[in-house]
Design a protein around this ligand. Structure first.
Ligand code: SAM
Ligand code: 2KA
Ligand code: SF4
Ligand code: MG
Length: 223
């Protein structure tokens, strides 16, 4: 693959439904391909049927939405080498760029201006052992200013997942330097159950629900 082309699943305009940026209008670039095979993945369609697009065209299409933020997601965006110049060029243009990554690859080569939203996959995902420990180390050693560009997200489906997340967070005190979001696998765990667990434990995390699934409950893609 040449370094100025990416395999794209979809480019769309929506309300950011997740992360600390939830609620903002957002241009999404969903890269095709992942292979991590998480249980409950709601974006399996991004695994196949990508179309090739050159970086200038991707930039033109996303900027045409005139959204305050641009998110690069997937699939797994960090699998394609050309994602690095794409993110860098968007930052150079003054865009606020979010990266949504599954957390099994290191974010060490990502432009430091990019806001990195890193999943920590819990046991029920089936891929928990693939979490890349370097991402936690990078966040903890980033320094006060750059640590603000790291955000961790844990999406839980069970009490076992929650206990795993809590132990990990307490071990590293991640919430002291970075934003930590916790959410539920949609329609697998009741939001109120997670809310009660967080409150009972005084866990300093931000709870999130996938806003777009409440705005457009019937949509299967493009939102
Ligand atoms: C589809 S993934 C794409 C980006 C990257 N591969 C990753 O896993 O972060 C985007 C986000 O959707 C979340 N997600 C996937 N399936 C979900 C589901 N069924 N319910 C809630 N969140 C889900 C993931 O945990 C991740 O935070
Ligand atoms: N509206 C909306 N917000 C999102 N935030 C992260 C998403 C993703 O699939 O990575 C996503 C998505 O698919 N739709
Ligand atoms: S890493 Fe992300 S895109 Fe890949 S299978 Fe897991 S949730 Fe789906
Ligand atoms: Mg999604």
């Amino acid at each position: 693959m040449i370094l100025k082309e990416l395999s794209i699943s979809e480019i769309f305009h929506s309300i950011q439904g997740e992360s600390s940026f939830a609620g903002w209008p957002c241009a999404f670039v969903r890269l095709a391909g992942c292979g991590n095979g998480c249980n409950f993945c709601d974006t399996t369609y991004a695994e196949t049927d990508g179309f090739m697009l050159e970086i200038p065209d991707i930039i033109m299409q996303t900027q045409a939405f005139r959204a305050p933020i641009i998110e690069i997601t997937g699939g797994e965006p960090l699998l394609q080498p050309a994602v690095y110049p794409l993110m860098q060029q968007l930052c150079n243009l003054g865009e606020t760029v979010l990266l949504e990554t599954g957390g099994f690859l290191s974010v060490d080569k990502v432009d430091s201006r990019v806001h990195k939203i890193i999943d920590l996959k819990p046991p029920s995902s089936g891929v928990c052992e693939r979490n890349c420990p370097e991402n936690i180390t990078l966040a903890l050693h980033a320094g006060k200013k750059l640590s603000q560009t790291f955000e961790f997200k844990i999406v839980v489906a069970s009490r076992e997942d929650y206990d795993w997340a809590k132990a990990l967070l307490l071990q590293h005190q991640l919430y002291c330097s970075c934003i930590v979001m916790m959410g539920v696998i949609h329609e697998k765990l009741e939001p109120s159950t997670l809310a009660e667990w967080i409150l009972r434990d005084r866990l300093p995390v931000r709870m999130q629900l996938q806003l777009h699934k409440y705005i457009w409950p019937l949509a299967t893609r493009g939102t």
